[in-house]
Design a protein around this ligand. Structure first.
Ligand code: SF4
Length: 390
């Protein structure tokens, strides 16, 4: 791609003060009303930011409320059994996020007396809190001047500065972080007078300059990226408070940025999935403690696409006596790096005897009451098409 790479210093300091002013004024009038913003306690910011990784805001709202109802604070999360927080996460996917959240809560209880540290550097010592999440918590909950650079902020940066290098590179992240850090620092250092009649609230009451609002700056950029400077689409530049400073817009080349790396092909795997049941119970298996969908529950399955005869032999080999077999729909599930191509069979089995999970014939398989799949066992969304048939 031909594109002019702009050094961050090419955006003049004075413009960066304007930048913060324009952005915050826009935010004050257009901010999204989100439950975690109404009470930005550190735990709330932490939980919401972890949920928002890989999941849309609208979908997160109901999971967030449900999670807080059962585990309202760090104390309760740290003490919660694994099945409880996995069940609360069901449907959100990427379960390692909630495992790390739990580990983090235990660390906060054991090493910080139950109170989250206030700086992004210290927050990064907690398991599962990386540079982005620590910056979001530290800026929003504690007012630290630190940019929370996620995909939204990277995209906005790339367009603002017509950044012509791979946006997923470490260099891009560093450049974006430096750019936004300067914006925050200059907004904090600038003795910008309070506009007549403006309600600038806590920032003035606290004696801080009116645009020294790092948490709001981060959230304004998040909102701008989510609602105006859209990914994979034509951004709505007419509604953007930064259009006068945006190089991509001034060049009419908004959709040329960000520059993405070439995509790697996903690995494809074939699986045959079995819903083995009698009138009341169904066979389940717990997945291994590490790797994809670790520790969650699944229907017994085996690699490859089996014919009906092969499927019946397999079911017998794991200790069941099939009475009836029915072919189910094919399902494709896409993970970040792989795709599962599943075919399914429903097996009505002779009254299911108790299975010992350690027997060789049925490794790890146990019988659950059908209603327990809804209430107790977390079956990941990869199997949702089959769960919905129960
Ligand atoms: S002017 Fe357009 S391209 Fe530039 S930051 Fe705003 S929305 Fe994005």
């Amino acid at each position: 791609m031909k594109g002019k790479t702009i050094d961050k210093d090419m955006v003049m300091p004075a413009e960066r003060v304007d930048f913060a002013e324009s952005l915050l004024d826009w935010y004050d009038n257009n901010r999204r009303i989100l439950p975690w913003r109404e009470d930005p306690a550190p735990y709330h910011v932490w939980l919401s930011e972890i949920m928002l990784q890989q999941t849309r805001v609208e979908a997160v709202k109901r999971y967030y409320a449900r999670f807080l109802e059962t585990l309202p604070d760090i104390v309760s999360l740290a003490a919660a059994p694994e099945d409880t927080y996995l069940k609360l996460w069901e449907g959100l996917g990427y379960y390692s996020r909630v495992r790390n959240l739990h580990k983090g809560a235990v660390t906060v209880m054991e090493q910080y007396g139950g109170e989250m540290p206030h700086t992004s550097a210290e927050l990064q010592r907690i398991p599962g809190i990386g540079p982005y999440t620590s910056a979001a918590i530290a800026s929003i909950a504690f007012g630290e001047r630190v940019p929370a650079v996620d995909g939204n902020l990277l995209r906005v940066f790339a367009r603002l500065t017509a950044y012509a290098e791979d946006i997923k590179s470490d260099a891009a992240k560093k450049a974006a972080t430096g750019f936004y850090q300067d914006v925050m620092d200059m907004a904090a250092g600038a003795a910008v007078p309070e506009p007549a009649g403006a309600e600038t609230g806590a920032s003035c009451a606290s004696g801080r300059p009116v645009y020294d609002r790092p948490g709001d700056l981060n959230q304004a950029l998040m909102d701008l990226g989510a609602t105006v400077c859209l990914p994979n689409a034509q951004p709505v530049c007419d509604a953007c408070p930064l259009r006068k400073q945006c190089l991509a817009h001034l060049q009419g080349r908004e959709t040329d940025y960000p520059v993405m790396p070439a995509k790697k092909a996903r690995k494809e795997e074939d699986l045959t999935v079995f819903l083995i049941h009698d009138a009341e119970r169904i066979a389940l298996r717990k997945r291994p403690p590490r790797g994809l969908l670790a520790g969650l529950y699944e229907f017994p399955n085996t690699p490859g696409h089996l014919t009906e005869d092969e499927a019946l032999s397999y079911v017998r080999s794991i200790g069941f006596s099939p009475l009836h077999i029915r072919r189910l729909t094919d399902v494709k599930h896409i993970f970040t790096h792989k795709e599962w191509h599943m075919q399914g069979y429903e097996i009505l089995a002779d009254e299911l005897a108790e299975l010992h999970p350690d027997t060789k014939r049925s490794p790890g398989i146990f019988l659950a009451q059908i209603r327990e799949i809804r209430d107790i066992y977390s079956v990941p969304s990869a199997f949702a098409a089959y769960s919905s048939l129960i």
